[in-house]
Each structure stands twice: as structure tokens, then as C-alpha cells.
Ligand binder design. Sequence first.
Ligand code: HEC
Length: 144
Amino acid sequence: MRMLALALFLLIPFFSSAQETKPAPKSGYYPVPVKAAREPNPVKPTPESIAQGKNIYSYDCASCHGVTGDAKAEVAKDLKVPDLTDPARLKDRTDGELFYIIKTGHGDMPPEGNRVKPEQLWDLVNYIRSLARKQPPPEPKPSN
Ligand code: HEC
């Protein structure tokens, strides 16, 4: 509940502008301020960056999102944790959006806030992108 209050508090400035907020059109959707969404990722997804991200992920994220990001962790069942290995999941998200979500948290997900430096948050973004990319492409159907 405190988390929710905090999330709402953080979002108030963005909602209180003249613009009405639309209700979430589909599950898993939530608005990220345009400015944050357009923030370019200054950290290239080098093996070093991804390794850094993986390290932080194992401490701060794996307990909910699962070691491989597949939401198979014990708590994932209760919290409706999204599957980060699903390539469709983050496809429409910009790096800026992911950065924002990780930094500010959402719903049952706690904010990473200032626990890590911005570069490390970008490392996390690079790492979770690599989780989806590892998904093998669907088997091509035999064309007979
Ligand atoms: C307490 C459990 C928990 C922890 C810890 C946690 N998450 Fe989450 N995460 C969630 C839940 C639950 C959601 C879905 C939130 C919602 O939809 O309101 C979520 C959503 C997300 C999303 C959004 C996915 C989408 O479809 O847009 C990303 C990205 C994400 N988490 C990454 C991370 C990263 C990176 C960390 C570590 C810094 C982390 N999470 C830590 C539970 C957690």
C-alpha cells in the first residue's frame, strides 16, 4: 500500500496537467511521461554493460522476475509478474520507458530509485532487453 501511495505521488505531477488520462487499454499497460519515454539510452549494450546489469538484476530483480526473467520465481505467482523473456513483452517499450519503470516502480514492483546510479539503471535496461533477445525464434513451419 505504501508503494502504491508512493507511485501515485510520483505520478501526480504528470497527471495533473490539463490532459485527461485514459484508462489503461490493456493489461500491462501503464503510462510513462513522454519526456521520460524519449530519453535516449546513453549506455551501449556492450557485454560489459549487460554483465553489470545482470549482476544488479540478480540482487534486486530475480527474486520476483525469476533468475532468467521468465517470472517463475515463487512470489511471481501472487504478484502477476510479467515475463521479461517474452519478446513481445518489451517490444513496444522504449529504453527510456524501461528506465522510468525500473526507477519509479509500478504497482507491486518497488522503485529502484536512487539505490543504483543512472548508468546502472541503463545497464539493467540493456540486460533485460538481452533476456528477450535470447528467446529462440519460433520454429519455421514446413511449407508443404
Ligand atoms: C517485488 C517484486 C518485484 C521486484 C523486486 C522487481 N519487479 Fe519488476 N515488476 C514486478 C511486477 C509485479 C510488475 C508488474 C507491475 C504492474 O504491471 O503494475 C513488474 C514490472 C516490470 C517491468 C515492466 C514490464 C512491462 O511489461 O512493461 C519491468 C521492465 C520490470 N518489472 C523490471 C524490473 C527490474 C529491472 C527489477 C530490478 C531492478 C525489478 N523489475 C524488480 C515485480 C517486481
